[in-house]
Design a protein around this ligand. Structure first.
Ligand code: F6P
Length: 365
């Protein structure tokens, strides 16, 4: 296919999140204004090679997707291009795959490729850049754990879903005088647990960044009982390690695969039930926090990211990633963006606010 106008390629990679379609729509609309055509590669990086799979993207066929969750392009987590196996473990992409991508880009006259993804997907984009493939990055993840941007889109929507779950759990917990444990996502960082816990009035918040003990968690529950509150709400990040230092996983590690976390909520609830002889219940929010329509904040952030990504291609600023540095949307080199994950600061204002309210983080402070 030869395009009349210079063509921008767009792909969405890794775990999906609300706001991906908002980026795609914004990029397509702004491409049109700057004289680019657009195509979308399907199933993340997979659609770039063997077989090459893509679809034209136009203002007409992206109309109405602003509010839709998921991604119209599909996504792949940990496919043939995986460039990480864990937080700091980088892999080199097979050079024949990189050559295949460069070939596709040439064949389709793609003048710039917008890669929308989290830490792992941006590490792939960085290797594309080193190989001479013209890429720009757009950060997304519900976990909000990319250090170079104050917020990623998807996070606010996930926090909203988790807060709604806490609101619902609060009333049933009170009716039955139960201890409710909500497990939320957050592999390396406890941002979702922290923000939802503050917004939903949790009594205990457990995050990967703060070591905690069962004694301290149980003490908080007993303190509440001593003032007549026999119900308690706990929110636990899936990546919060047990006091033994172990993470709770659903599956064992396979080569090139991320450990599937999950189950810590059940472990915490079981131990509390045993230690305090109280009724506990666990809810694992799971992918409910990744689906559905983006919040207004995420729609705006995703839209600003999409427009700037096209502008960066227009200006030839390849190898850079858009980011949010309040109050401005800016850009940073992808290479530096993937160097540092953003974690909850145990001495930061959000944790201090929680402590100020009497929320327990399961530690002894
Ligand atoms: O990285 C985002 C994330 O939501 C993590 O918090 C979670 O561990 C992971 O995705 C789950 O991914 P999958 O869709 O493979 O279950």
């Amino acid at each position: 296919m030869k395009n009349q106008k210079p063509c921008i390629g767009i792909l969405t990679s890794g775990g999906d999140c609300p706001g991906l379609n908002a980026v795609i729509r914004a990029a397509v609309l702004s491409s049109e204004r700057l004289g680019f055509s657009c195509i979308g590669f399907l199933r993340g990086y997979e659609g770039l090679v063997d077989p090459v799979e893509y679809m034209p993207l136009t203002p007409a066929n992206t109309s109405g997707i602003l509010t839709q969750g998921g991604t119209i392009l599909g996504s792949t987590n940990r496919g043939r291009f995986a460039a990480t196996t864990g937080e700091d473990n980088r892999l080199s992409i097979d050079p024949s795959l990189l050559a295949g991508v460069a070939h596709t880009v040439r064949q389709l006259d793609v003048c710039g490729l917008i890669c929308i993804g989290g830490d792992g997907s941006l590490a792939i984009a960085d290797q594309f850049h080193q190989f001479g493939i013209p890429v720009v990055g757009v950060p997304k993840t519900i976990d909000n754990d990319l250090g170079a941007t104050a917020f990623t889109f998807g996070f606010d929507s996930a926090v909203s879903a988790a807060t709604d779950a806490l609101d619902r759990l609060r009333t049933t917990a009170a009716s039955h005088e139960r201890i409710m444990v909500l497990e939320v996502m957050g592999r390396h960082a406890g941002w979702i647990a922290l923000h939802a816990g503050l917004a939903g009035g949790a009594d205990v918040i457990l995050v990967p960044e703060i070591s905690w003990t069962f004694e301290s968690v149980c003490q908080k529950i007993m303190d509440r009982e001593s003032v007549g509150r026999r119900d308690s709400l706990l929110v636990v990040a899936e990546g919060a390690t047990l006091p033994t230092g172990d993470m709770v996983c659903r599956t064992s590690i396979n080569v090139n695969e991320q450990v599937k976390l999950g189950g810590i909520g059940q472990v915490v609830a079981g131990e509390i039930a045993q230690r305090l002889d109280r009724q506990t219940r666990t809810v694992v929010l799971g992918h409910l926090q990744r689906g559905g329509s983006p919040t207004t904040f995420d729609r705006v952030l995703a839209t600003e990211f999409g427009v700037l990504a096209v502008q960066m291609i227009h200006e030839g600023r390849f190898g850079e990633m858009v980011c949010y540095r309040p109050p401005e949307i800016e850009s940073v080199p992808i290479a530096s963006a993937i160097k540092r994950l953003s974690r909850v600061d145990p001495n930061g204002s959000a944790v201090r606010t929680g402590r100020g309210l009497g929320i327990s983080f399961g530690d002894t402070c």
